[in-house]
Design a protein around this ligand. Sequence first.
Ligand code: ADP
Ligand code: ZN
Length: 208
Amino acid sequence: MKLVLLGPPGAGKGTQAAFIVEKYGIPHISTGDILRAAVKAGTELGKLAESYMSKGELVPDEVVIGVAIERLAQPDCAKGFLLDGFPRTVAQAEALDKELAKLNRPLSAVLSLEVEEAEVVRRLSGRRVCSGCGAIYTAADKALCETCSGQLITRADDQPEAIRRRMQVYREQTEPLVNYYAMKGILKRIPAVGDVKEVFTRIEAALG
Ligand code: ADP
Ligand code: ZN
């Protein structure tokens, strides 16, 4: 199964990604996670990425395309993969198509998580992440992580200004991909409201 998970920030991509990779036994490839790990490690890639990420801007295409293609070349991706947060622009989607065509491994489906803008703004403004283990909390009612007792912090790109910018970037640059994949006949629209398990049931049904 070769899948792409598409949707605005706050649509619940990370949560659904965890369910999908568990059920289908494929690696989860999140360019956001890869870039955040690079920022934490202080590598050249991380330093470059951080200047864009903290403002809610996209990291330049040529950089992210390199990161994603390098990851897709790893042996564990031969049986399939779930791409989460990539592609995010038409240029990235075209680069991905070209690479997968070369490997003779076209995408099986693109899952588009659909949720209204007012709802994603509400979700993102309350989101906290554990500075220790990365666990995500949606309510602001705790100070420490339940698993590792780490501090819960607001991600720099979850600050109100950056949230607005990420939404705008999504609408302008990423939303056109919904049409791009619909034209290719592989788009599955998934209403991403309600219980997370309910959303996953819709994904399972869409994948048959
Ligand atoms: P979100 O929580 O908004 O879904 P991610 O965790 O996927 O975000 O990504 C966080 C940030 O990392 C993005 O706002 C962007 O700056 C950068 N990033 C991740 N993936 C890409 C990509 N495919 N193209 C450009 N920038 C990316
Ligand atoms: Zn933790």
